[in-house]
Design a protein around this ligand. Structure first.
Ligand code: AMP
Length: 285
């Protein structure tokens, strides 16, 4: 496994060599503190034909708000490397902040998509998705992958990246990878590490709640708003703070119109606070 941390030219030379030899390059961007969810991205890249796998580990400061957990975010590089090596990853890119955001460049590009990025998670996290799109764009330009994979867990992020790739004619195929969960339903997340033992048990309610709402919607009870509001009230009453629980169009995240409601084209998305920890999850209908 080759590790690159401070030299973009040597990394690019390696990727070019692999491409010249006819290899398809698969790429999974991460912020590290790897768990099975991240490792499933590597496995799915292979299943989708990638012959050389590149993973980046970079805690991107631009996607954290001032009051968010950038400094606290778990950094476990040594362990991450061991996991990736075991998984058969070919290349890891783990740059310092200054390589991605060089201090000599004193003005910065902003990639905006106001309609999509100020909605849902963007409502409580202004600037978050600008930071995500900026870093993904930089990473695509550095690594030039043929295929890039993103988890369904961050579905709004995926839709924004898909939109950016289409809008900017970026030459990469995107794959959406299913959510990996604990056996009790809790979606794996680095932020689960912040939860106390009791709250980790309580957090299993999040997925259970999505399944419950889906079941109710499946029964063709057409009052979507009421079904969802009742569930929001219930979650708030047992100690969560629901930021949103919404049914949206799967393709473009537009608000679900009751009259058009059909199965398999919608996604239920939730963001919730449990103590100081913010968790997200979703379920495709
Ligand atoms: P992160 O390190 O949190 O930025 O995540 C890196 C990538 O892993 C993103 O594409 C996430 O959507 C994906 N990911 C995170 N958690 C999971 C999970 N539980 N299942 C599948 N993919 C995940």
């Amino acid at each position: 496994m080759q590790i690159f941390s401070d030299n973009i030219n040597t990394l690019r030379a390696q990727i070019s060599k692999w491409k010249e030899d006819g290899n398809t390059i698969g790429f999974a961007p991460t912020m590290g503190n790897l768990h099975d969810g991240h490792l499933s991205l590597v496995r799915n890249l292979k299943k989708n034909g990638a012959k050389k796998i590149a993973v980046s580990i970079f805690v991107n400061p631009r996607q954290f708000g001032l009051s968010e957990d950038f400094h606290q975010y778990p950094r476990t590089l040594k362990n991450d490397m061991a996991l990736l090596e075991k998984e058969g990853v070919d290349l890891v890119f783990c740059p310092e902040v200054n390589l991605i955001y060089p201090s000599h460049i004193n003005s910065e590009i902003i990639i905006d998509n106001p309609k999509l990025m100020n909605d849902l998670c963007g409502r409580k996290r202004p600037g978050h998705f600008n930071g995500v799109l900026l870093v993904v764009n930089k990473l695509f330009n550095i690594l030039q992958p043929d295929i890039a994979i993103f988890g369904q867990k961050d579905y709004q992020q995926f839709i924004l990246i898909k939109n950016m790739v289409e809008n900017l004619f970026i030459e990469v195929d995107l794959i959406l990878s299913p959510i990996i969960r604990e056996s009790n339903g809790l979606a794996l997340s680095s932020r689960n590490n912040y939860l106390s033992y009791e709250n980790k048990i309580m957090a299993t309610e999040i997925y259970a709640s999505l399944v419950k709402v889906k079941d109710k919607l499946d029964k063709k009870n057409d009052d979507i708003t009421q079904i969802i509001q009742l569930e929001v009230d219930r979650l708030n009453s047992i100690g969560f703070k629901v930021e949103y629980l919404e049914l949206r169009n799967l393709d473009n995240l537009e608000v679900c119109n009751k009259a058009e409601f059909e199965k398999k084209k919608y996604i239920l998305l939730i963001a919730i606070k449990l103590g100081d920890t913010r968790l997200i999850d979703n379920l495709i209908l």
